[in-house]
Design a protein around this ligand. Structure first.
Ligand code: PBG
Length: 330
């Protein structure tokens, strides 16, 4: 061995131009799907306490926000509704109402912005008086899988009718991808895509989202349908099922504590892989930045780049507009 190194990886880091030349992962606005929150009413934007910079918009204001994002180059949106308690019931019936807040607004967004992609959320929780993603058995408190499929299929169909480009089942009931595919196909919506929440873990990081929608479970937790965060092989089993059932794209959620799962799933499938950089992950960065403990903008770009480097082809993220602004500045 010579007493000076022959191999000097630092040469590839010696200047900004060289670093840029050899950079392996680059974010673009095409990577982003922006989750947005919708509330009843007129000309209101209510900031979510636990998600600084993120608002619950009335439909008119949401249209403005989408317009702003389209200007920034963001083309995909995932709206979630906050439904008034008076409209919630055991069977989430409001989820099928074409005149209800969600479907009416989805249709309106598509009318105003025909070129963007809208991914709608299929799960009962925003409409459920129990705050669960499936039907809760009155006596046992159990989440009823097969009865829930019926509701989820009807919800997906109503969303397709409203103009959804992509259906995003986030409920984790067994067999829902095949069920929804069948309902869509037999009703003339074979062109509507399914992005399955393939590996959705029971996570403590969903807290701010549940605040935003007031959708937390009234009793119990979601551990009988969302996955145990200690498990890796189970994600591959869910992947195999979603592929067999006809999913067009698969998702890992959350993202940051699951970068290993994103990579593993990416290596195991030919389908596009997405990851959901969820509310709690957003809140952590924002809170630390607000305290002056980290540089929020740099941390945001590092977080998003790491998710893409792990293997995500697209990222659902509340950072989408902020990151788009950083990318625009160059
Ligand atoms: C449930 C759903 C959740 C999120 C989106 N849809 C979480 C949950 O309550 O189980 C969370 C997204 C986020 O935290 O940003 N259908």
């Amino acid at each position: 061995m010579p007493n000076v190194p022959t191999h000097r990886p630092r040469r590839n880091r010696k200047s900004q131009v060289i670093r840029d030349m050899v950079q392996e992962t680059r974010l673009t606005t095409h990577d982003f799907i922006y989750p947005v929150f919708l509330i009843e009413g007129q000309s209101k934007a209510l900031e979510i306490h636990s998600m600084p910079g993120i608002y619950r918009f009335t439909a008119d204001r949401l249209i403005d926000e989408i317009g702003r994002c389209v200007e920034l180059g963001i083309k995909s949106f995932a709206p979630f509704p906050a439904i008034n308690d008076s409209l919630k019931d055991r069977l989430a019936q409001e989820s099928k109402n074409p005149e209800g807040l969600y479907l009416r607004t989805v249709a309106d967004i598509k009318r105003q912005f025909p070129d963007i992609a809208i991914m709608t959320d299929v799960a009962m929780d925003p409409y459920s008086s129990d705050g669960h993603d499936g039907i809760v058995d009155v006596d046992s408190g159990e989440i009823l899988n097969d009865a829930s499929l019926e509701v989820l299929g009807q919800m997906a169909l109503a969303q397709a009718r409203a103009g959804a480009d992509i259906i995003g089942p986030s409920d984790m009931m067994d067999g829902r991808v095949a069920w929804i595919r069948d309902v869509l196909d037999s009703n003339g919506f074979s062109h509507v895509s399914i992005m399955s929440y393939t590996a959705k873990y029971a996570s403590a990081f969903y807290g701010p989202f549940r605040d935003a929608l007031d959708s937390a479970p009234k009793r119990g937790d979601k551990k009988t349908y969302q996955m145990n965060y200690a498990n890796r092989l189970e994600a591959l089993r869910e992947l195999a099922l979603d592929e067999a059932e006809g999913a067009d794209m698969v998702m890992i959620k959350p993202a940051l504590s699951y970068l290993d799962i994103i990579r593993e799933v990416k290596n195991a499938t030919n389908l596009p892989v997405t990851a959901y950089n969820i509310s709690g992950e957003y809140a952590m960065v924002k809170a630390a930045a607000q305290n002056g403990w980290i540089d929020g903008e740099k941390a945001m770009m590092e977080v998003l780049t790491s998710i893409k480097r792990a293997g995500a082809d697209a990222i659902l993220t509340y950072f989408a507009p902020d990151a788009a602004e950083v990318l625009r500045r160059g």
